[in-house]
Write a protein of this length. Structure first.
Length: 710
């Protein structure tokens, strides 16, 4: 049986349990006596163990089982929680996360058995909960998982029909084959009634018993078991030279097995049954073993190789990606109300379609008034439908930021700087495609704050600050954008040092450096290979960080800006579009070509007399309502032929990129339009263009990337 069909569910559920464990272990460190937190942790660890067992990931199951033992002892007050235990538990979580990453990439858990970690856990148990604490927890748990198996066989034997394994249909040919085997056992396995993956449990039982011998017959057939065409029990005959008890114990390690009936059987039992059986039963009895006799065992045995299939699927189309690129989640959980709203919009769309169809199939004359009304109705529906689909695609950024408190805790210990992370707005929603790629840039910014922003405890005391530094992450929605602020109450950016470094690197001359604004100096930090770290560590100092943040955020159609006050701290502000699929845009014309500018980037549109153009450092600017705005000639940027210009005024679209403004000069304004963004794929080598859209008349218009233009 192939459990690969459950792989996506396993990956999704395991990610949730790992995050739950991480959050609760952090909570446990703050409140070691909180029994509710301990119970929550125990439940998550137990679920993880069961799922790993279901999928046949024995190493992962072993590690989570030993973690569960520790939580059991904590729950029983035999072990005290301290920072040493928390450190071990976090190492275990990292190991489980590594297993999960390996599963995502290869559909297998890999070869790492983490024996050293398991020894750490058991040593801690032995020290904290008395000698043998680790072993004590395992037997205590066995009855809960396997049920009371001791008296089952006897109890079942007293029943009128006898145990189910005695009813396995065996044809005469197989019966003769059974007579050649040294020792046979019959097994009936009862699965828990609330089990969702019966076939997966059966597969794991077969896998466990095949270590002891060969399965000779099944009831129902192996095919029916694989297709889950059975109730909550199944039987089989096993040929083995082993004792019965170890086999039963091996079966009980599979979770959600309620009970096991087993005893020795002889071929004669089935021979006698065959003779007494009514004639109609002979046909199925004979039919079932034909495939069973030979392929019975290979069916489950071949299954471990089967997970190769999803591995190919998981990696499909990704051969050119860098090895370290994170695996993007392919699933999304949706509130049923959002789907109901979507269904209602589609129903409305069908009504509008029928209305238009009936009109066009009429007398041939179309009433323009009715047609106009129908088109307005259709417009309204498509707008609502777009909003509904967007809501379905929206997910809270919580999935990305939830791992950061743990990261800051680790950095606190590594850097010997007391610090805490304060987060707000984790429920702010963003398009799924944006959220998936947001983790790395935010992680860089937080590590930057921890390493460069927060000062040493001595420096903080000298400056009259609390010894514990604060790093914050705030998210909120502003118009069509989501703003994420990452900052700290540290020492701020020393602009003098940054300027000196820029001069030293030859990026500017000493004379030019004197006239630089604070913003221009801070912008040097976003240049490739520019690092202010005095030494290279595994946290920072290689000059790979802020430039990656900038390029990643801009690739998502956003921008990043910095504000810093010396001695008070720094704040990095990341601005991102709510969605990357459909946007409101202003259509403009340059010569005879149409271009789209995202409406969210536009401040206003002005008709400026050419006589008002001023020059600052030989660059064209305009003075508008107290602000100096540089002018951008789009035709020059896009390499258009110069044209004879006889007009006295020009149309300027004032756009913003963070706090920076720019005036884009265009030939004509066409109007506002809702556009669908299409990727240019391999053609996308012009940084000024972020994509294309198809207009109503079939014409293609390029979408300008305001972040690259300004």
């Amino acid at each position: 049986m192939d459990v690969s069909q459950y792989l996506d569910i396993f990956i999704d559920e395991t990610s949730g349990h790992i995050q739950s464990l991480s959050d609760n272990i952090m909570e446990l460190e703050k409140e070691p006596d909180n029994k509710d937190v301990v119970n929550e942790i125990f439940r998550a660890a137990h679920s993880l163990k069961g799922m790993a067992g279901t999928m046949g990931f024995k190493k992962m199951q072993h590690l989570t089982h030993d973690m569960e033992n520790v939580f059991q002892e904590v729950r029983n007050d035999n072990v005290k929680v301290n920072s040493a235990l928390i450190d071990i538990l976090f190492k275990c979580l990292d190991a489980i996360e590594n297993y999960l990453e390996t599963v995502k990439a290869t559909s297998n858990e890999g070869d790492e058995d983490n024996e050293a970690l398991i020894k750490l856990l058991n040593d801690y148990l032995a020290g904290g909960g008395g000698e043998g604490g680790g072993e004590a927890a395992a037997p205590a748990e066995a009855p809960a998982e396997g049920g009371e198996s001791g008296g089952e066989a006897a109890a079942s034997d007293d029943s009128a029909d006898g145990p189910l394994y005695k009813k396995i249909p065996v044809d005469p040919e197989l019966c003769e084959k059974l007579k050649g085997e040294k020792q046979l056992y019959g097994f009936t396995i009862h699965i828990s009634k609330d089990c969702l993956l019966k076939a997966a449990r059966a597969f794991l039982v077969f896998k466990a018993v095949e270590d002891f011998g060969q399965i000779m017959a099944f009831n129902p057939s192996s095919g029916d078991i694989e297709d889950e065409k059975f109730e909550f029990d199944f039987s089989f005959i096993l040929s083995t030279e082993s004792e019965l008890d170890p086999i039963i114990e091996a079966i009980k390690t599979v979770s959600e097995i309620e009970s096991v009936e087993a005893d020795k059987v002889t071929p004669e039992m089935y021979e006698k049954k065959e003779e007494e059986a009514p004639a109609p039963e002979a046909a199925p009895a004979a039919a079932a073993p034909a495939p069973e006799a030979a392929p019975a065992t290979p069916a489950p045995a071949a299954a471990p190789a089967a997970p190769a299939a999803p591995a190919a699927k998981a990696g499909a189309g990704k051969t050119n990606q860098p090895a370290n690129k994170p695996v993007t989640s392919r699933t999304i959980r949706v509130d049923i109300e959002k789907l109901d709203a979507l269904m209602n919009q589609v129903s409305e769309l069908i009504i509008a379609k029928n209305s238009l169809a009936s009109q066009s199939n009429g007398s041939g004359e179309i009433d323009s008034q009715t047609l106009h009304e129908n088109i307005e109705y259709l417009e309204r529906i498509t707008t609502n439908l777009h909003e509904s689909v967007m809501k379905v695609r929206m997910v809270p950024i919580e999935s990305v930021v939830a791992k950061f408190p743990r990261m800051i805790r680790d950095l606190d210990r590594k850097l010997n700087k007391p610090m805490e992370l304060v987060m707000t707005g984790e429920d702010t929603e963003l398009d799924r495609t944006v959220v998936d790629q947001l983790g790395d840039p935010l992680q860089h910014l937080l590590r930057n704050s921890a390493d460069h922003g927060i000062e040493s405890p001595e420096d903080r005391r000298a400056a009259g600050k609390p010894e514990k530094g604060t790093i914050f992450l705030n998210a909120f929605q502003e118009g069509n954008n989501v703003i994420i602020e990452v900052g700290d109450d540290g020492g701020g950016i020393n602009t003098d040092k940054v300027r000196d470094k820029a001069v030293e690197r030859g990026l500017v001359t000493p004379e030019e450096a004197e006239n630089l604004t604070q913003k221009e100096i801070i912008d040097f930090l976003f240049m490739p290979s520019f690092s202010m770290a005095k030494q290279i560590t595994d946290i920072s100092g290689r000059g790979v960080g802020l430039d990656v943040v900038k390029s990643n955020i801009e690739a998502l159609g956003g921008d990043v800006t910095v504000k810093s006050v010396m001695g008070e701290g720094s704040t990095f502000t990341v601005r991102l579009p709510l969605t990357l699929a459909i946007i409101q845009a202003l259509m403009v014309e340059i010569r005879d070509e149409k271009y789209a500018i995202a409406l969210a980037s536009i401040m206003n549109i002005e008709n400026i007399p050419k006589s008002e153009i001023k020059y600052v450092e030989s660059k064209e600017v305009i003075h508008l309502r107290g602000q100096v705005i540089p002018l951008i000639h789009l035709d020059k940027l896009l390499d258009f032929e110069p044209k004879e210009d006889t007009e006295d005024t020009m149309t300027v679209v004032i756009c913003k990129k963070g706090d920076t403004l720019g005036g884009i000069i265009v030939d004509n304004l066409i109007g506002q339009l809702e556009i669908v963004i299409k990727s240019l794929g391999k053609l996308d080598n012009n940084k000024l263009i972020s994509g294309a859209t198809i207009l109503g008349d079939g014409e293609i218009a390029m979408i300008l990337d305001v972040n690259a233009v300004i």
